[in-house]
Write a protein that binds this ligand. Structure first.
Ligand SMILES: Nc1ncnc2c1ncn2[C@@H]1O[C@H](COP(=O)(O)OP(=O)(O)OP(=O)(O)O)[C@@H](O)[C@H]1O
Length: 258
């Protein structure tokens, strides 16, 4: 399938997203908080990466800086080859619409639109028609064929999140950022969503970066990046649900001895 739907437009060597010496501080003076402290990290194309770390370690901030939702204080955030700090607000809005997909813990669907209308909304906002073959592939991938005319209130939480995943996939973005996508779901619905995200990477060639606190969720990824105190402190390839907590305890233990 990945041959039928190759991942969009980047040179093979260019990561989907890259932070280089990325620092993000909130506030000023004595109340200043350094949320990210010279972070260097790359997210390779067609890979599923989980970002983990204690509360307040900077996971959401990293995602928001790389998605162009908040400006960096210093250093660089890139989507593909594009340096976000060089873009004007209108260009950033366009980049978020065309090149970035989002999946949030709270689904963030429009209540008055049907599932199908929610899924195709990003394209309609961009004045584009959905590619029928891709739309059908996305709908089949997330198993929504029988629910397309339903509004969010008529869908279970798991089904709503499937709509959100389909909406993130529909514009074939360079990268999908998922912030605790299973946080509001029971474990079975959560496992389904994680399976769809993984399938979108393995079978459709998409790139997914997911913030999670859950080692079981992280084990669906190809790689886990660990943050602590606004820095990348470790990473794990081919994670398993057993190895992730081991690794977290290792750097948490190091943290206590500082
Ligand atoms: N808008 C903001 N204004 C001020 N400080 C902020 C803001 N957003 C985040 N912070 C601070 O930056 C640090 C990193 O926050 P961030 O939300 O990125 O962490 P996180 O790892 O995603 O946490 P959690 O797992 O609890 O969601 C925290 O100390 C937080 O209080």
């Amino acid at each position: 399938m990945s041959q039928t739907f190759p991942s969009p437009g980047l040179p093979a060597t260019e990561p989907a997203a890259r932070a280089t010496g990325l620092t993000k501080a909130y506030g000023n003076g004595s109340t200043q908080v350094t949320a990210l402290d010279e972070v260097f990290v790359e997210f390779a194309r067609s890979r599923f990466t989980a970002v983990m770390g204690p509360s307040g370690s900077g996971k959401s901030t990293l995602m928001h800086c790389l998605a162009g939702l908040v400006p960096v204080t210093s250093g660089s955030a890139r989507i593909g080859g594009i340096e976000l700090s060089l873009l004007k607000e209108r260009e950033l809005t366009q980049l978020r619409r065309d090149k970035v997909g989002f999946v949030f813990q709270g689904f963030n669907l429009l209540p008055t639109l049907t599932a199908l209308e929610n899924i195709t909304l990003p394209l309609r906002l961009a004045g584009q028609q959905p590619d029928t073959a891709w739309l059908e592939t996305v709908i089949a991938t997330v198993g929504l064929a029988g629910r397309l005319g339903h509004r969010p209130a008529e869908l279970s939480g798991g089904q709503q999140q499937r709509v959100a995943v389909a909406r993130a996939l529909i514009s074939r973005p360079e990268i999908i950022f998922a912030d605790e996508p299973t946080g509001n779901l029971d474990s079975r619905s959560g496992a389904e969503i994680l399976g769809f995200l993984r399938d979108s990477v393995r079978e459709l060639g998409q790139t997914v970066v997911m913030v999670t606190h859950d080692p079981v969720a992280a084990a669906y990824a190809d790689r886990v990046v660990f943050l602590a105190d606004g820095r990348v402190v470790d990473e794990l390839h081919e994670p398993t649900a057993d190895r992730v907590p081991d690794r977290m305890h290792r750097f948490e233990a190091q943290d206590h001895t500082r």
